[in-house]
Design a protein around this ligand. Structure first.
Ligand code: 7TS
Length: 404
């Protein structure tokens, strides 16, 4: 991988912040966009913009081809069986809410149990909690081990005849832990329980094959994988999506409407009410092409190199606690410095041009479990360099000096 050349493809990276070269290490929150993605948005609006699926005119046909071509591109990217299984959403959060609402309506009743884990993002906690009050279901939580892995023995013990769904992160946005999805699915399927995987931090870094994983639902956000904000994916096995009622009503999702009765469109349109973000889909297509051209395995190997390098440098600094030391870990390092609030570190890093995330990272229950108010998190993408990791470490040492 030629990182210098890659960096040139991301216009935002060339800028300075407070007269210091930008070191962008907040990629788990959102990634920057390559020019091909930005151009795809601009090209769509400059050349083919028209609403999809409804016009006989030339532009509408081109736009529909771009949109549905994007669906096929996503299908290939995650190796789904059919484009009927690819639903476009606004992102991970909306995808999980769609399943909670629609699967919940069809299959969950009072006393039923949904299993999540202690390392979930709020997006994979709150929608299920809303079903606790609405439907009287019960949430069960898989505990984690001291090094930040799922306690699989405890998970097995949670499974019972009341378990109706398991919903877990592929990769933790705090701990970086890559969870053993295949093992979880195997266990769950032994008792015919479906599994939803929150792939927000998985899909950008790991080759996803939904058929090999045999997951029932896999969800992710475009913006964390070099695509624009506002576009994401819900993959669902056709047998589940067929059996689930629509999430929202409106245009696109209907077959026939009268004032007496409405019949719904077929998959995937049944779940896509209203004008879809077809420009977002076209730009996401460009992002997926971009990732595949570089090679997701190459991206992952590069990020793992940065993770190991930075972890070892960080460990040499006195008073640092790193959260999450899983054997299989993605390019995320969350840490604290003894006696210094994470916000102070984040602010002092920012003044030196280094962008990191601080706070609870939308994982307050995990923070409570760790007994901390928040963390500082550095997270890597394909365009980060070892030199940037060095700058981060120097800036951190300076921040610690100022605070002590
Ligand atoms: N699930 C996980 C594991 C995430 O990391 C995030 C976003 C979401 C769900 C929600 O994704 P969205 O695109 O629908 O917002 N995580 C973060 C983060 O770590 N910092 O900012 C957003």
């Amino acid at each position: 991988m030629d990182i210098d050349k890659i960096r040139e493809e991301f216009p935002i990276l060339a800028q300075e912040v407070y007269k210091k070269p930008l070191v962008y290490l907040d990629n788990a929150a959102t990634t920057q966009k390559p020019k091909v993605v930005i151009d795809a948005i601009s090209n769509a609006y400059c050349t083919i913009n028209a609403n999809v699926h409804r016009g006989v005119h030339h532009l509408s046909q081109l736009s529909t081809e771009g949109h549905e071509g994007g669906r096929e591109r996503v299908r290939q990217f995650i190796n789904a069986k059919s484009t009927k299984e690819i639903i476009f959403t606004r992102g991970t959060t909306e995808s999980i809410n769609l399943v909670a609402s629609s699967f919940g309506e069809a299959f969950l009743n009072e006393g039923d149990e949904v299993i999540i884990s202690a390392m979930e993002h709020h997006s994979n906690i709150v929608p299920w909690q809303m079903l606790e009050s609405k439907k009287g279901i019960k949430l069960r939580v898989i505990p984690i081990t001291p090094n930040g892995e799922l306690d699989i023995d405890a998970f097995r013990k949670l499974l019972n005849e009341r378990t109706k769904l398991i919903s877990v992160a592929h990769v933790s946005n705090v701990l970086g832990t890559i969870n053993p999805i295949k093992d979880i699915v195997e266990e769950a399927h032994k008792i015919n329980v479906p599994v939803l995987v929150d792939g927000a931090q998985g899909a950008p870094h790991i080759k996803i094959d939904v058929q090999a994983l045999d997951v029932d639902f896999y969800v992710f956000s475009g913006h964390k994988m070099y695509a624009p904000t506002g576009i994401g994916v819900l993959y669902g096995k056709e047998k589940w999506l067929e059996a689930m009622p629509p999430y929202q009503g409106g245009g696109e999702m209907i077959a026939k409407v009268t004032f007496e009765k409405t019949t719904f469109n077929e998959l995937p349109f049944k779940f896509e009410a209203g004008t879809p973000d077809y420009v977002g889909v076209m730009a996401m297509t460009a992002a997926l092409d971009y990732i595949e051209n570089v090679g997701i395995e190459n991206i992952a190997a590069h990020e793992t190199g940065l993770l190991q390098y930075t972890t070892s440098k960080l460990s040499e600094i006195e008073g640092i606690t790193i959260y999450g030391n899983a054997t299989h870990k993605s390019g995320v390092i969350s840490f604290n410095v003894d006696g210094i609030h994470p916000y102070d570190i984040g602010m002092l890093l920012d003044k030196q041009g280094v962008a990191v995330r601080t706070g609870h990272l939308c994982a307050q229950p995990l923070m409570d479990l760790l007994g901390i108010p928040g963390v500082v998190r550095a997270s890597f993408a394909l365009y980060n360099t070892h030199e940037e990791c060095d700058k981060f470490i120097v800036a951190l040492q300076r921040a610690i000096e100022i605070c002590r």
